[in-house]
Design a protein around this ligand. Structure first.
Ligand code: NAI
Ligand code: MG
Length: 326
């Protein structure tokens, strides 16, 4: 029995969560889903966008499924807060095109340090502000270790580190050194590195060369969205946030107020996020079943939501996937 916190959130977050839970319930595994609020509607009701009870529940369960929330200026981002509290230092985004076999790689982004450590300082006398980029040996080692171990577990052959060590010899120098140190423990997996700008170009010109990419926080944020662009629709891209004891799985997209309530949202990103959760829980067969079902529906090219150029609605897409699960 696996206990899963579910946080549907706002807008289409709720609309894609519902069918995803229905699909998980048909698998041959016992789940207990514990629904908890977060986001803008939650703020209206409880005066906070992330209640303490929601946080405590995510700590106690095996993992969390997160839909999407609408940001509100008065409050800190619920998802960013959860990542920090649960120490989810890995942000993993598989980029797999179901129509172009050349596009099939995974980006592993360090999610707890780097330029997003919120270390910005003001110097009013000098009329300047600056941001620190914190990099730790431990942070570089654990993200590299995660990347190689992931490659090994999933049968990938190569890990590429992406950095700017020529211009940032201290921070990215450490990142690169730790990467190659960890690589020696995985002789069966090829290790290579590129500068971040070169990586960004190669993602477009030769995506087939990539297998697993590991990088620091800001670079990973940008590369992930660039790579997402290769797939066409945000409605197709899942992600995993993983720490030593916990995982949170969410589609890359937001609450999409422009289509909320219209039954138009593509549930695939949420369903594939659930399949990443199954991988995390070591339910590898179930994860594959779900991924293959999605693959078949896309391959048949009959049921398509509007973002994919079709006219099917959220439920029709979810039903089509459900029918393909063996
Ligand atoms: P968004 O991802 O919600 O929407 C961007 C565009 O993609 C919209 O045109 C939307 O209709 C489309 N889209 C997104 N997901 C789709 C799906 N599953 N199927 C079909 N079309 C889809 O980004 P936006 O509009 O910038 O943000 C809306 C709200 O969501 C904001 O409050 C933002 O802060 C929040 N947000 C929350 C995230 C999270 O909860 N992790 C992530 C990104 C944004
Ligand atoms: Mg981003």
């Amino acid at each position: 029995m696996y206990k899963i916190t579910t946080i549907p959130g706002d807008g289409i977050g709720k609309e894609v969560m519902k069918p995803t839970i229905e699909i998980l319930e048909t698998l041959n595994t016992q789940f207990e889903f514990i629904h908890k609020p977060a986001g803008a509607e939650c703020y209206k009701e409880y005066g906070t966008n992330l209640p303490e009870d929601t946080i405590e529940t995510t700590k106690k369960t095996d993992s969390t499924l997160f839909g999407a929330v609408t940001s509100i200026p008065q409050q800190k981002s619920a998802i960013v807060t959860l990542r920090r509290i649960l120490d989810l230092y890995v942000n993993q985004r598989p980029i797999k095109s179901y129509t172009n076999p050349d596009i099939n790689f995974t980006i592993i982004r360090e999610n707890s340090e780097g330029l997003y450590s919120h270390l910005e300082v003001e110097n009013p006398e000098k009329q300047e502000v600056s941001a620190y980029r914190k990099i730790t040996y431990k942070g570089c080692e654990r993200i590299s270790e995660y990347a190689f171990n992931y490659a090994k577990k999933t049968g990938h052959k190569k890990v590429t580190a992406s950095h700017k060590a020529d211009l940032l010899p201290l921070t990215d120098g450490i990142f690169k050194d730790e990467f190659y140190k960890v690589a020696t423990k995985y002789p069966q997996i090829k290790a290579e590195d590129y500068y971040i700008d070169t990586t960004a170009m190669y993602l477009i010109t030769r995506p087939q060369d990539f297998d697993v990419i590991v990088t620091t926080n800001l670079f990973g944020d940008i590369l992930s969205d660039e790579a997402g662009g290769l797939l066409g629709s945000l409605g197709l891209i899942p992600s995993a946030n993983i720490g030593s004891n916990n995982g949170l799985f969410e589609p890359v997209h937001g609450s999409a107020p422009d289509i909320a309530g219209l039954n138009k949202a593509n549930p695939i990103a949420m369903i594939l996020s659930a399949s990443l959760m199954l991988e995390f829980l070591n339910l590898t067969d179930e994860a594959l079943k779900l991924q293959n079902a999605v693959y078949k529906v896309i391959d048949e090219n009959k049921v398509k939501t509007p973002d994919m150029g079709g006219h099917s609605n959220t439920q029709q897409m979810a039903d089509a996937i459900l029918h393909k699960i063996e």
